[in-house]
Design a binder for this molecule. Structure first.
Ligand code: F6P
Length: 328
């Protein structure tokens, strides 16, 4: 049965990701096109708790499609995890007569959305927005493509200086639990090795690989380390390697939060637009507690239950093996 939805709110939560603004624009304009009153919640779930909710019209999302970050701001909100926080958030939604919610974020955002929808029977659609690309049910998450291009641009520059000085660089990229950024950027940058959170790599094996490179006249090398690697970050790994393999001068670069910013790629602008458009249309059809995601080239629904229980990034061992072969 189609619900009688008159007012929809949109929020961004967790880590920001390029393409969120394109997505907010699509949500707001699709709602308005369908005669819905649209609202924006500032600072994610925190804004629901503090009643930081503003009306949005078509012009309020003009000239944002090309901007990184999120015009709605974002936060990681601990209070929303409590029953009291959720109840207060619901009171504020009722104050504005908001019937349904679109949330854009990662797994923390989805967990909050599912609990909130179950506790207060409010219709919710979630959109995968995180540079980590670690949500089950969508081949790509919003922001991942831009982030990986940012990483590639940075590592290309590092390679220039690594090559000029004959140095070994350890470059740390984001991804607490997911090695997706690390693996794909390793392929795209032609890195000599990559260390992922999903795979325990023996440092002896890494050293052996670097020794073979040095013996076959590799003058410089780049090793990409995912921040979530179990044996430590880039500084720890560099220290361990240097103790046993001192052939090159060694340097460490942490790319950090620069991976989260910047103007979204065409891919993320289009993905954000498609997901935002689909999210509102799904709410109007009566869907709830679902994620809209991209599978193949189609927009598909995945229940929040499934999106949150299935493991997203199954380590693509073939790609890992390929990076080894291509970096000899
Ligand atoms: O989830 C996105 C992400 O950028 C992760 O890759 C990273 O581990 C984390 O957020 C960093 O979070 P914060 O900006 O809160 O330090």
């Amino acid at each position: 049965m189609k619900p009688n939805i008159k007012n929809i709110a949109v929020l961004t939560s967790g880590g920001d990701a390029p393409g969120m603004n394109a997505c907010i624009r699509a949500v707001v304009r699709t709602g308005i096109y369908n005669g819905i009153n649209m609202f924006g919640v500032l600072q994610g779930y925190q804004g629901l708790i503090t009643n930081n909710i503003i009306p949005m019209d078509a012009r309020s999302v003009s000239n944002i499609i090309h901007l990184g970050g999120t015009v709605l701001k974002t936060a990681r909100c601990l209070e929303f995890k409590t029953d009291e926080g959720m109840d207060l958030a619901y009171e504020h939604l009722k104050l504005h007569q908001i019937d349904a919610l679109v949330v854009i974020g990662g797994d923390g955002t989805f967990t909050g959305a599912r609990r909130f929808a179950q506790r207060h029977h409010i219709n919710v659609i979630a959109i995968p927005g995180t540079i980590d690309n670690d949500l089950y049910g969508s081949d790509f998450t919003l922001g991942y493509d831009t982030a990986i291009n940012t990483v590639i641009e940075a590592i290309d520059k590092i390679r220039d200086t690594a090559d000029s000085h004959d140095r070994l660089f350890f470059v740390e990229v984001m991804g607490r639990d997911s090695g997706c950024i690390a693996l794909r950027s390793a392929i795209a940058c032609g890195a000599e090795a990559v260390l992922l959170p999903e795979k325990a790599t023996s440092l002896d094996e890494l050293i052996k690989q670097l020794e073979v490179g040095a013996a076959t006249k590799k003058s410089s090398s780049i090793v990409i380390v995912s921040e979530g690697h179990k044996q430590g970050g880039a500084y720890d790994i560099a220290k361990h390697v240097k103790e046993k393999f001192n052939h090159y001068d060694t340097k460490v670069t942490i790319l950090g939060h620069l991976q989260r910013g910047g103007s979204p790629s065409s891919f993320d602008r289009i993905l954000g637009s498609r997901l935002g458009y689909a999210a509102v249309n799904e709410l109007l059809k009566g869907s709830t507690q679902q994620m809209v995601g991209l599978r193949g080239n189609d927009i598909r629904l995945t229940s929040l239950d499934e999106a949150l229980t299935e493991h997203s990034f199954k380590l693509e061992s073939d790609l890992l093996e390929m990076t080894k072969v291509l970096s000899i």
